[in-house]
Design a protein. Sequence first.
Length: 306
Amino acid sequence: MGAGRYAPSPSGPLHLGNLRTAILAWLFARSTSRSFLLRIEDLDRVRAGAEELQLSELAALGLEFDGPVIRQHERLDTYLQIIDQLRARDLVYECFCSRKDIAQAGSAPHSVPGAYPGTCRSLTTQQRDRKAEQRPAALRLRSEIHSFSVTDLLHGTYTGMVDDFVLLRNDGAPAYNLAVVVDDGQSGIDQVVRGDDLLSSAPRQAYLASLLGLTVPTYAHVPLALNADGHRLAKRDGAVTLEDLSEDGINALQVRSILLESLGLPTDSLGAALAAFDPTRLPGEPWIVRPEKIVHQLMPDASHNG
Ligand code: GLU
């Protein structure tokens, strides 16, 4: 039996879009008899108290997870060991480029937009020593390919660019693309459900998994929640968290109903939603969130008074 997961970054409370993705990840995992794991992606962007808050928000929706919570900051040694293994295979090199260096090199003719241009890939020892005096090195993967294909339950076969991406940042922190692959692989996760803003990262991650001999997961990159202007939903868009909505008198189960309704699913219980869940019938468009409408729909009197 494989596993699915939800992997929030503890940067603050989960908003409606995050909660909707969490429900989708649960539905995908449970409808395929997988276990469902929770991983806290706390290598950076950590806000004090946010992990506890997110756990309580997920619990308030009735989402249950299997096994202990996995925390990335407790796994630093593992990531470094994996980098050592790659290094022993000559698949790692030091990179001294700043963002500016990369942007400048990337604007040269024939460069692939968004791809690392390979500036530090073949430095001589002398060049490397000189650069090391100026700046600490990041470590990059010496990729042997330029693109890779993944299977996505909502997007079909998706082929995307793979460059020499960062494995260890120059401040010594393992990069997201490395940690995610190592964690998914070592936790037996073979189904990755997350927002479709990460679709373009999937080929890099799947390629790294294959290099490490880890199972390449099946992906489902789900549409994001957007605000009325078409931008990714954010805290500043109004009452978009369980805490905000509870101040308006709306409880977590009512919010869950709104989320399930937005997915075209029965709203009474998670069990009913699970029984009706059919990935081929999910809305393919982003979910546009108008918090004032949600409040008005659930609390018509409150919006009169307010
Ligand atoms: N931690 C990432 C986020 O909250 C998700 C990473 C993933 O699911 O692979 O956006």
